[in-house]
Design a protein around this ligand. Structure first.
Ligand SMILES: Cc1cc2nc3c(=O)[nH]c(=O)nc-3n(C[C@H](O)[C@H](O)[C@H](O)COP(=O)(O)O)c2cc1C
Length: 177
């Protein structure tokens, strides 16, 4: 079972979430590959997909949304999960990490859409971005909830490993090379 975990990330916070998801899915015996969405050349080799992005102004990063839009037919035929990451602060702002991710999930008939809080490092933001963050009343800092992320990934890993076991049921065991 080959799983692509692809991510759109500007400052790296969401890439780390994608890497954590890939690690958990690997623990379930799947071969999970984590790539930036812009580096995905083909979706053909993969049996399942987890695709996510940071939210900016309610939208996914363009490389991630383009990956989804340009492979709708292939993705619809396979198990797909999407995730979005964004809200920062306590309480999180904006209130929910939904935005474009939910509509993309409908487009590809995803099995689920994970919504996770994000991380902001003010030193890395430009002046325009700082102004937007002030307008959102969001706070800088790392608000990622690794327990939630890993639990979500465990559900995916469990479902994929079950599907793998069912697809090989009754087949003769492969001899070691
Ligand atoms: C200019 C700007 C706009 C943002 N807009 C949103 C938004 O609409 N919704 C949201 O949930 N988070 C928003 N965020 C928060 C980011 O999504 C969050 O910091 C995320 O973790 C960044 O991920 P990255 O480091 O992978 O790019 C915004 C952040 C910035 C700097």
């Amino acid at each position: 079972m080959k799983v692509l975990v692809a991510v759109g990330s500007k400052y790296g916070a969401t890439r780390e979430i994608a890497q954590a998801i890939a690690t958990v899915i690997s623990d379930f015996g799947c071969e999970a590959e984590c790539l930036d969405a812009k580096d995905v050349e083909t979706v053909e080799p993969y049996d399942a997909f987890v695709i996510g992005s940071a939210l900016y102004g309610g939208f996914w990063r363009r490389d991630a949304s383009e990956l989804v839009h340009s492979h709708v037919d292939e993705l619809r035929g396979k198990p797909v999960w999407l995730f979005s990451s964004g809200p920062v602060g306590l309480p999180p702002r904006p209130a929910e990490a939904v935005g474009e991710g939910e509509s993309l999930a409908e487009v590809v008939q995803a099995k689920g859409h994970g919504a996770f809080s994000g991380c902001l490092n003010s030193e890395r933001l430009n002046a325009g971005e700082r102004a937007i963050i002030r307008g959102l009343k969001a706070s800088v800092g790392d608000y990622r909830e690794w327990g939630l992320v890993k639990n979500w990934a465990r559900e995916i890993g469990a479902e994929l490993s079950k599907a793998k076991a069912e697809s090989t049921e009754g087949q003769p065991a492969q001899a070691d090379a």
